[in-house]
Design a protein around this ligand. Structure first.
Ligand SMILES: [Zn+2]
Length: 248
C-alpha cells in the first residue's frame, strides 16, 4: 500500500473517539471518499485547522483494500475560501453544493472535470457578487455528468423534434418533454417557460447571459428536479430559503 495524493474539498467531518476524525471529501482522483484522519483533533502538524468545511486541500492518503475507509495521512491547505465563510448566505450555498455532491455522486469514482467545476464554483462563491448563476451552472453540469439531465430535443410520445412552443411540459419520471398533442392526459411535473427551456437547450451553457428572473425560475425547476431524483428535499435548500428571508 502506497501513499497517494489528490486535490480534495472537505465536505463533512465528525470526531471519532477522543483523537481521530472521520472526514468525507470530494477528491479529484477518487471522487467522494470517507477516511479516518488519525489524531486529527490534536495533530496541528499533519492536519491543523485545515480539515475545515469547504476547504480545498492537497490530501495525502492510503487506500486499504479490506476496509471501505481510506486513511488520511496529512493535508496541505490550498484555499480556505475565507471571504465566503464570513457570509452566511454564501456558506448556505456552499453547503448546498456539498449536499449535491454527497447525495448525487457515486462513491469512489473520480471525475476530474466535475471536481474542477466544483472547485471553480466555490471560487466564484468566494469572490463574485453575482455568484448564483454559477450555482445553476454547477447543477446543470452535475445532471449531465450523472446522466439525469432531461431529454429536451424530442417529444417522449411521438419522438418528433420539439419545435417552438410557449411552454414545455416535462415529466420527471420519464426524464423528458411531451409536445402539446402528446401531453394530453399525461402526468406533467413541471411546465418550463420558453426562456428557461432555451437556456437549458443551449450547448455549451451560456451562464454569463443568465438574467436574474430566469435564474429564479431555473432555480425553482432545478431544486424540484433534484428533490425528485434524490427522493427527498435537500436540507440545504430549506436552509438557503431561511437565510434568504433574513439577508434579502
Ligand atoms: Zn409528441
Amino acid at each position: 500500500m502506497s501513499l497517494e495524493s489528490s486535490q480534495a474539498v472537505v465536505l463533512n467531518f465528525r470526531p471519532y473517539g477522543e483523537l481521530d476524525k472521520i472526514v468525507t471529501v470530494y477528491s479529484e482522483k477518487k471522487g467522494r471518499v470517507t477516511g479516518m484522519a488519525k489524531a486529527a483533533q490534536h495533530s496541528r502538524k499533519r492536519f491543523g485547522g485545515r480539515l475545515d468545511y469547504f476547504s480545498l486541500v492537497n490530501l495525502y492518503f492510503e487506500e486499504k483494500k479490506r476496509t471501505s475507509l481510506f486513511f488520511f495521512k496529512h493535508v496541505e491547505l490550498i484555499e480556505n475560501f475565507e471571504s465566503m465563510k464570513s457570509s452566511p448566505l454564501r456558506c448556505a450555498y456552499a453547503g448546498y453544493l456539498c449536499e449535491l455532491i454527497m447525495k448525487m455522486t457515486p462513491e469512489r469514482e473520480g471525475d476530474p472535470s466535475l471536481f474542477n467545476v466544483f472547485k471553480n464554483v466555490l471560487g466564484r462563491l468566494n469572490t463574485e457578487l453575482g455568484f448564483k448563476k454559477y450555482i445553476r451552472f454547477f447543477e446543470i453540469f452535475l445532471l449531465k455528468k450523472i446522466g439525469l439531465f432531461p431529454l429536451l430535443e424530442s417529444c417522449l410520445g411521438c419522438q418528433k423534434k420539439i419545435s417552438f412552443q410557449e411552454y414545455y411540459d416535462l415529466s420527471f419520471i420519464q426524464g423528458g418533454l411531451y409536445c402539446f398533442s402528446c401531453s394530453q392526459g399525461k402526468k406533467i411535473d413541471w411546465r418550463l417557460e420558453k426562456s428557461v427551456f432555451d437556456f437549458l437547450r443551449n450547448e455549451p451553457v451560456e451562464i454569463e447571459k443568465l438574467k436574474d428572473p430566469e435564474n429564479l425560475k431555473l432555480q425553482d425547476f432545478l431544486h424540484s428536479y433534484f428533490s425528485f431524483q434524490h427522493g427527498y428535499d435537500f436540507k440545504s435548500v430549506r436552509y438557503i430559503k431561511e437565510i434568504e428571508k433574513v439577508y434579502s
